[in-house]
Design a protein around this ligand. Structure first.
Ligand code: SF4
Ligand code: SF4
Ligand code: SF4
Ligand code: FES
Length: 948
């Protein structure tokens, strides 16, 4: 194995349909118009020396190393900034060119530390490579002149250093921060010899930098370099895999030394990220080898007993016999399983297969229940499929972008960078969010409308926008007539046209001025291609499914589905939310969203699995917990989820878990749920297994094993062992065989195989006979369900009401550096950016309560109360407070309620009536939880453990 090096064409690939033909060093080459001479030469395999150019940045023309001669032109033009032209004749080599290039390089090297042999980038440095390429052997000027060799080093960022003495002022970092990331954190100060890079006059840590790594990637020298490379040395081989954090699904090269990951480098050919990354995928992988990893199986009879390390066989046999005992005693339906949106498709498929085939019921659910289940329901009802409509690249064609209930710069940063690029190029922006998220105003981007609605009023707002479209004659009538069910449309149009849906009628509910709603609706309907991007601020409501349907209605009535730049696009939270839903993790659906009551579908699974299957939908997670509290549900197998921290109304969740007799946890760490577990099976990180993840674009990406599972087994192997111990045989030798079975049983996956994935890089489902290489955009000529169906979306206010006791609304979310329950990111340096959860509160509400910035406050709801520090912030609107749930010790979900979406039971995390008061002590729950951390996580002494 060796290091994968992608070709660098020097300047961006141009896609013009027009082509020009030129001659370079005597060879003819034809390229799209707009291609640079440098990129055209690279197409012939001629790499012209370069320093300031790289193909993900626009050409800059500052280093002058890439000069060439062009017949009929004077001088030596820079090949990076010169577009190829028809009949141009170019020479890239001549004695005079060589002399000039050497002269340029000499100047650079005369002001550069001569420590190549001991430099951390030795062997991985473009400056070093180019010096060799131009044949530089000596520097005539000596090294004693004015130089920058004593320039200070900035080591403030936890992941990379900035060693100014090595900087050649090529500006690639500045341009990467602007063009690729869109943060504009860096500037080039001064000019000429005095020019230097500055992160806004401070150090990197104190600057606007979000640590995405784009500048480090772009830097051709060791000036910006990963600390891991400095510590471990340059990597020796690499493997392409997929980030295990968010639903963007970025591809990375895991660059390794033996079995040690030296760094994760975003892969240029990655279709979701095109070589970009965020701080989590790029740098926060250290959790995989953190000392807290539990790598030995453990069991205990009671949750108050200490854990005892055992062999895999003993743990699996114990779990299987307990599950059998419980079923014999309490009935077939008394146990169930939970799949994980962080595990691979193959692993989630196996868990649901185990539940249906070995447990003999359909009690399987997934953590997607608590985030995007309304997406499945809403899009299935209106469009006919439970997934987003576009690929990410579609946003490059959007004229109007409507972001609702999503905070892409924090939650989906790499897609946000792409979206911001389009917005900087002129697309218009509507943001509907209770908070002033970064996107509302960020460098060179400003929302045309920020509809700062009250949490819980999404449906009223969208109905009001639809009202404007219908009553002001902005309907795309041809589209609706050709593509949609007319009777349903007519009923819906009459519904939204009702006066009580007018912006003026609902502004007291939404808090958004009617004029803004009218303006935004007109812009969305008439501004050209309009794409909707949404997140959990849409789904995690009592009307989550209704909101998804309202967005689909709005897109259909304006003709904004089935074309580039449009669509209804869920931004998925976790890496494999889409995949875990696709793989049949819901209690009523087999893989491919087919109902368990469908006899033909069930028979097809029975034929391959060799067991009779139940046609009765099973229990959802909240129902399992309710049943457990009621005494009828006693055993649970949880793969890679921490419901005691992530699910709402913590005290109800833990009461359910306490009431069970056998809880099996399969995880990397002893998480909060493990406090209530009887069997612990060591989980494997994404670096330790093969498989696939499916991102928010329905894109199936390969996950490749780069190191041996620390616990000895990959997650799919552990599930197989449990299934075999239960008497339901599973005998896969590689996850590719699991995918082959998925393909055999699931029409939308019938064309998927590992071989095809390796050839194409990734595949967007449906992939079948009709679309053998996948489907980037859905509903192009017709909707998957045939005709689009408008659904009535009556606004029903949540039952969670504010009043004298609880006058404020709490809404929750996430931030860039942390991820979900924080189990991974809290075990990395990312915590430097977010050490604890805080409560954001508007200055008015804070002043009213005498609260100062940083003071401890009590946050209380009808469910419970916690204590956390306050952060006074104008991002909030009066009456609304906000926090994150990344830290188990804070316990944000102690406060959230058990209200759920009417159709899917997705919890209403986004609306909780609360009161906030100053306090000087932690809450009773936090005190008890800290004690339980100690008492329920004890480990018996290692001497008691048997040898493997
Ligand atoms: S790490 Fe990213 S945000 Fe920070 S300076 Fe570099 S490019 Fe800009
Ligand atoms: S830090 Fe690197 S990329 Fe930035 S100007 Fe210096 S050498 Fe170029
Ligand atoms: S955007 Fe998401 S998938 Fe990409 S690197 Fe960041 S966390 Fe990973
Ligand atoms: S690479 Fe062309 S001027 Fe620097």
């Amino acid at each position: 194995m060796s290091l994968i090096r992608e070709t660098d064409y020097g300047t961006p690939i141009r896609l013009s349909p027009e082509r020009v033909t030129l001659t370079i060093d005597g060879q003819a080459v034809s390229v799209p118009r707009g291609t640079s001479v440098m990129a055209a030469a690279m197409g012939l395999g001629t790499q012209i020396p370069k320093l300031c150019a790289t193909d993900n940045l626009e050409p800059f023309g500052s280093c002058r190393l890439c000069l060439v001669q062009i017949e009929g032109r004077r001088g030596y033009p820079a090949s990076c900034t010169t577009p190829a032209e028809e009949k141009m004749v170019v020479h890239t080599q001549s004695p005079e060119i060589a002399k000039r290039r050497k002269g340029v390089m000499e100047l650079y090297i005369s002001d550069h530390p001569l420590d190549c042999l001991t430099c951390s980038a030795n062997g991985d440095c473009e400056l070093q490579d180019m010096a060799g390429k131009v044949g530089l052997r000596e520097v005539r000027y000596g090294y004693d002149g004015a130089n920058h060799l004593s320039a200070a080093k900035d080591e403030s960022n936890p992941y990379f250093t900035f060693e100014a003495s090595k900087c050649i002022a090529c500006s690639r970092c500045v341009r990467a921060c602007e063009e690729v990331q869109g943060t504009f954190a860096l500037t080039m100060l001064a000019r000429g010899f005095d020019s230097k890079i500055s992160p806004g006059g401070t150090d990197f840590m104190g600057s606007e930098c979000v640590s995405c790594g784009a500048c480090v990637q772009a830097c051709p020298t060791a000036t910006l370099n990963e600390k891991s490379v400095i510590e471990i040395g340059v990597p020796e081989h690499s493997v392409v895999t997929t980030c295990a954090y968010c639903g963007v699904g970025c591809s990375f090269k895991a660059e390794m030394k033996g079995e040690t990951v030296v760094r994760m480098v975003p892969f240029k050919d990655g279709k979701a990220n095109a070589g970009h990354s965020c701080v989590k995928g790029r740098f926060a992988f250290g959790y995989a080898t953190h000392k807290d990893r539990k790598t030995k199986p453990m069991i205990r009879a009671k949750i108050t007993d200490p854990w005892r390390e055992v062999t895999w066989k003993e743990a699996i046999d114990h779990a299987a016999s307990e599950f059998k005992r419980i079923q014999a005693e309490y009935g077939r339906d008394s146990i169930g399983g939970i799949t994980s949106s962080r595990c691979t498709n193959e692993e989630t498929y196996l868990v649901q297969k185990l539940v249906r085939g070995a447990f003999g019921n359909n009690n399987v659910d997934t953590c997607a229940r608590v985030c995007h289940s309304p997406t499945g329901y809403g899009l299935m009802s209106t469009l006919g499929t439970s997934a987003g409509t576009q690929d990410f690249a579609s946003v490059d064609h959007a004229d109007v972008v409507l972001v609702i209930g999503a905070n892409p710069t924090d939650g989906h940063p790499v897609f946000a960078s792409r979206m911001k690029r389009r917005l900087r190029a002129g697309a218009r922006l509507i943001v509907a969010d209770p908070r002033r998220i970064d996107l509302v105003r960020t460098p060179h981007v400003a929302a045309d409308y920020h509809l700062q609605l009250m949490p819980g009023s999404n449906v009223a707002l969208l109905n009001a926008m639809a009202h404007v479209v219908v009553t002001e004659g902005l309907i795309d009538e041809d589209y609706v007539r050709a593509r949609c069910e007319m009777p349903a449309f007519e009923t819906w149009a009459r519904f939204v046209a009702r006066p009580d849906n007018a912006p003026e009628a609902v502004q007291d509910v939404t808090g958004v001025p009617a004029a803004d709603v009218r303006g935004a609706a007109r812009l969305y309907a008439t501004g050209g291609n309009a794409g909707i991007y949404y997140g959990l601020g849409v789904t995690e409501h009592s009307q989550g499914s209704t909101t998804v349907m309202a967005m689909a209605n709005l897109a259909m009535v304006t003709g904004n589905i089935g074309k580039l730049g449009a669509g209804v696009n869920p931004l998925r939270g976790q890496n494999n939310v889409q995949g875990s839903c696709d793989m049949g993790s819901f209690p009523h659906e087999f893989p491919g969203y087919r109902h368990v009551a469908n006899d033909a579908v069930r028979e097809s699974f029975e034929a391959i699995w060799g067991v009779p299957l139940s046609g009765e939908p099973g229990l959802r997670i909240p129902n399992m917990l309710d049943e457990a509290v009621g005494g009828g549900f006693k055993g649970l197998y949880i793969q890679g989820e921490d419901i005691a921290q992530s699910d709402p109304d913590t005290q109800h969740v833990t009461a359910g878990l306490r009431a069970m007799e056998c809880v099996v946890i399969q995880d990397l760490f002893l998480n909060e749920t493990a406090k209530y577990a009887h069997v612990f099976l060591p989980g494997s990180s994404f670096l330790e297994k093969d498989g696939t993840f499916t991102n928010a674009e329905r894109r199936i990406n390969r996950v490749r094993r780069v190191m041996t599972p620390l616990g000895g087994l990959a997650d799919w192997e552990a599930t197989m062992a449990l299934s075999n111990a239960l008497g339901f045989p599973m005998n896969y030798t590689h996850p590719s065989e699991i995918m082959d079975e998925v393909a055999r049983l699931t029409p939308t996956f019938s064309g998927v195989s590992y071989q095809k994935l390796d050839t194409l890089g990734s595949i967007q489902w449906p992939c079948n006979e009709a679309s053998p290489t996948g489907t980037p955009m859905m509903h192009v000529d017709r909707f998957v369900r045939g005709q689009g169906r408008f659904m009535i979306t009556e606004f029903v206010p949540t039952e969670e009401r504010t009043g004298a006791r609880f006058p404020l609304i709490l809404t929750t979310g996430r931030i860039l550096s942390q991820y979900n329950v924080g189990a991974q990111t809290r075990r990395t340096e990312n915590s430097r950016w977010h050490e604890e959860d805080v409560l954001e509160i508007h200055p008015f509400d804070a002043e009213h309560r005498g609260i100062k910035n940083g003071e401890l406050v009590s946050l209380a709801s009808r469910s419970g109360d916690i204590t956390l520090p306050a952060r006074i912030s104008e991002r909030m609107q009066p009456g609304v407070v906000y926090t994150t749930f990344h830290h188990a010790s804070t316990g944000a979900n102690v406060v959230t309620t058990d209200h759920t979406d009417w159709a899917t039971n997705c919890p209403e995390y986004k609306v909780t009536a609360v009161q906030v008061r100053r306090t000087n002590h932690i809450s009773a729950w936090q005190e008890k939880n800290a004690e339980e951390d100690f008492s329920l996580m004890r480990l018996a002494s290692l001497e008691e453990a048997p040898a493997e």
